[in-house]
Ligand binder design. Sequence first.
Ligand code: NAD
Length: 496
Amino acid sequence: MSYPTYRNLIGGEWLPAKSGKTLLNLNPADHTDIVGAFPSSHAEDVELAVAAAKKAYATWRLVPAPKRAEVLVRAGILLQERKEKFAHDMTREMGKVLAETRGDVQEAIDEAFYVAGEGRRLFGVTAPSELQSKFAMSVRMPVGVVGLITPWNFPMAIPSWKLFPALVAGNTCVIKPASDTPLSTYNLVQTLVDAGVPAGVINIVCGSGSGVGTPLVEHPDVRAISFTGSSSVGSHVGQRAAATFKPVSLEMGGKNAQIVLNDANLDLALDGALWGAFGTTGQRCTATSRILLQKGIAAQFTEKLVARAKALKIGSGLDESVEVGPQVNPSQIETSASYVEIALAEGAQLLCGGHALTEGAYAKGTFFEPTVLGGVTPTMRIAREEVFGPVVSLIEFETFDEAIAIANSIDYGLSTALYTKDVNRAFAAMRDLESGITYINAPTIGAEVHLPFGGVKQTGNGHREGLGAIDFFTTWKAVYVDYSDKLQRAQIDNQQ
Ligand code: NAD
C-alpha cells in the first residue's frame, strides 16, 4: 500500500533524517494500515535542529510577547477548522475513539486561546527598594532553546501544553514526538507554521528515545527540558539533564484511585469509574486504576461495574459506536496481560476480561478486554504499579481514614477522586489526599488546561503544566535602577 513519508522540520525546511531511515506509524486497530513513514533521526539531526533554534532565538526573543501570542490565536483558529481531520488522523495512529481524539484536539485549541492571553500577562512584580531613589522590579525572561519530549497518549494536547507556553514566553523549541504517534504532533507543528511561526522557532525531530531524546537532553545549547512520559524514563532524563544543570520538568506516571463511600450516588460513581478506567483504553496518566470501595456498597457496586464493563463495545475508534479502542502497540498488550497474571498469582480474582482479543475483527490490531480484578489488597503489585491499559483493581475498606491511607500508600501522586455526599469528608479528602489533582464526585480524568496539571512523589518533580507552565518556560531577572547619582550600598548605607 502507498503511504506518505514525513520529514523533520529544521530551520524552516522539511528534511529527511541524515540516516535516510524511517519508522513506520501503524494503525493500532489494523496493523496493515500504514499511517505514514517518519524520520528515524539521531544526534546529527538533533544537532542541526538545536543550531536552527539557537539562531532563531536571537530574533524571536525580541518579538513583543503580545505579537508572539497572535500566532497562537491564529493557530487556535486553524485548529478549530482542522479539528475533524486531525481527530481522524489521531484515532488512526493512536487508537482512541473519535469522541476522545476530538477532545484531544480541543484541548490544544483551549490551550492556544488560554496561553495567547499570557502574551499580555507575562507579569513581573515591582517592589520598594530599601534605598532612596532606587527602583526595583522583576521581569520574566525566556530561557532559550528548550527541548520538549512527549508521550503517545495525548499526541496533540501534551505537545500543545509545552509548545504554546514556551513560544509565547519567547523560547525556541525542538520537539521530539513519541514514535508511536508522530502524525498528530506533525499536524500541530504544521498548524503553527501556517499560523506564522518563523523559521527555526519550532523544529520537530522524529525518532526513538535513545536516538533523539538522549542527544536532546544532553545538548549543551538546550537550556531546559520538558518531558512527559513514564517515571522510569523520566528518572533517566532528570539525571542526564542534571549533569548539565538544565532545569527539567517531569510529568510522569500515575496509579490513580477513585474512592466510593457508602453514602455516594452509586450510579454517578459507576459512570465515573467506567469512564475513568476504560476511557482512552485506560491509557491516560490520570486513568482510574484503583477503585476503593467502602464495604457497605462494595458488593452492589462490583456487580454493576462488572456488568457494565462486559457490555462495553470494543473496536476501531473510527467506528462512532465503539466505546473502547485498541491499545497503542503490542508491548502495551503484553504489559496488560502480564499484570493480570501477576495479580492472579498474588491472589486477586478475575471478575471480567483479562485477555487480549485476537480473533475476527480484532485479529489485525492490539485489543485488550476491559478487565476488572476483585479481592485486591493494597500491597499487591497490581495495586501499586502503573499498568497503562484497561485493567482496574477493586480494593475494599471499612473506614474513610483507611481509604485515604490506602490511596496515599503508593509511590505515585497524580489524580484522586472521592464520591460522597458528606461535605466534611470531601474537604478532609481535598486536604489529605497526596495527589496533584483531586476530584469530588467526578472521575480521576478530566483536567482543564487553565488549572495546574501535575503530580507529587514519583509522578512529578514539582513543576506544573497549565497554570504553572509559564513559570517553567521563563526565568526571573531582578532589575534595579538607581537614580540617586551616587553609590548606594544595599544592607550597608541604609543601616545606622
Ligand atoms: P515513555 O517514557 O516510554 O516515553 C515518553 C517519551 O520519552 C517518548 O517520546 C520516548 O521516545 C522518549 N524517550 C524514551 N527513552 C528516552 C530517553 N532515554 N531519553 C529521552 N527520551 C526518551 O512513555 P510513553 O510510553 O510514551 O507514555 C506513557 C507514560 O507517560 C505513562 O507512564 C504515563 O503515565 C505517562 N504520562 C504522564 C502524563 C503526565 O502529565 N503526568 C501524561 C501522559 C502520559
